[in-house]
Design a binder for this molecule. Structure first.
Ligand code: BGC
Length: 350
């Protein structure tokens, strides 16, 4: 029993607060304890790790407003079975709201059943379950972003770059030879981002020739490998790399650096996310652009919703799409505004 208690205590990052100031909502009513259990698909994912850090910060602020919060965070190491077990554990440990970033977005049945049985609402995030699964229970929510918008924005950024710089069409054939680096095949962001980026380029009058594509599962090292293969299949031909996220765009660049390409022989690279490393790369010109995946906004929406669900207060202040969905907008990022996302003052204001 004692061992179990110690284990449980070890598992839990406890942030307990008594009765504090009241800037904002007054969280002092009985039952205002929020015990949030978070599980996410893989600890090595750059974007998710940053999103979860933002979520911790958001809960810290709610705590400063007087809410009593306990947070448990688990990474599922890419295994749905592990994630199902984590959900069971967190429910047993007394979580009254769960935030789940599914390993397999098409397989949430077990998790939904476990949660429904104990009446613990679930906020899915970033990896969107299919509609049929979301309809299984009214206490299922989703927080994320609109994949289509990120693809369109990436396409617009690339079209603008091609229009502005004649050097991108290095062989001067009036067409842009491109490759795509894709995330996990079943992920809503993968197909939709690729399709919309390419269609937007075409709509903007850019002639394209697709040379190849590689699946790199959001991962920088895998992207480097795929890119090495594509470079050797199409030596000197690739002019544009569209990557479904920043880590893969950077992996593509790693491949060129490993092969000792000179700067003038490089294609242009576009990512999506605006992670710390992604923004730095846009700032110093290694990436031509990215699209900001608003992790702060998503984390804030998750925290607000988790608090509202657990306390029964404040849900009416939240605006949902289709009653249970929250989508945060993306923003285009170039070297002109990348610094502001990193908290830097624009040079014009200095
Ligand atoms: C992000 C990727 C991340 C993936 C994980 C996407 O929305 O852009 O960077 O790896 O979500 O689910």
């Amino acid at each position: 029993m004692r061992g179990k208690r110690i284990r449980t205590a070890g598992l839990v990052i406890c942030m307990s607060v008594m009765f504090l100031c009241a800037c904002g909502r007054d969280w002092t009513a009985p039952g205002d304890k929020v015990h949030v259990g978070v599980t996410f698909y893989d600890q090595s994912d750059t974007f998710l790790s940053e999103l979860i850090n933002c979520f911790r910060e958001q809960l810290d602020s709610l705590q400063e407003e007087g809410l009593d919060i306990v947070l448990t965070v688990r990474g599922a190491s890419g295994s749905q079975q592990t994630q199902d077990d984590q959900v069971q554990e967190m429910i047993n440990a007394g979580c009254n709201v769960l935030c789940v970033n599914l390993v397999d977005r098409t397989d949430p049945s077990e998790i939904i059943e476990l949660a429904r049985e104990k009446n613990v609402p679930i906020i899915f995030f970033n990896r969107e379950p299919v509609t049929e699964d979301m309809q299984r229970w009214e206490e299922l929510y989703y927080v994320g972003a609109d994949a289509r918008q990120s693809g369109v924005m990436q396409g617009e950024l690339a079209a603008e770059a091609v229009r502005k710089s004649a050097q991108i069409d290095r062989n001067r054939d009036g067409r842009i030879q491109y490759v795509v680096l894709e995330g996990e095949p079943g992920h809503q962001d993968t197909i939709i981002r690729t399709e919309n980026a390419v269609n937007t380029l075409k709509k903007n009058g850019i002639e394209l020739e697709k040379l190849s594509f590689g699946i790199a599962n959001w991962n920088r090292a895998q992207a480097q490998n795929r890119m090495m293969q594509m470079i050797s299949q199409h030596p000197g031909k690739i002019e544009l790399v569209l990557a479904n996220n920043d880590d893969m765009a950077l992996g593509a660049l790693d491949a060129y650096q490993k092969l000792n390409f000179t700067e003038t022989a490089l294609p242009v690279f576009f990512g999506i996310d605006g992670t710390g490393v992604g923004l730095e790369a846009v700032l110093d010109g290694r990436l031509a652009g990215t699209v900001y995946n608003d992790k702060e906004g998503q984390a804030a929406a998750m925290a607000k919703l988790a608090a509202a669900i657990a306390t029964g207060e404040g849900k009416d202040d939240i605006s949902f799409k289709n009653k249970r969905y929250i989508y945060l907008p993306y923003t285009k990022v170039t070297s002109d505004n990348a610094g502001s996302f990193l908290g830097e003052t624009p040079s014009a204001l200095q």
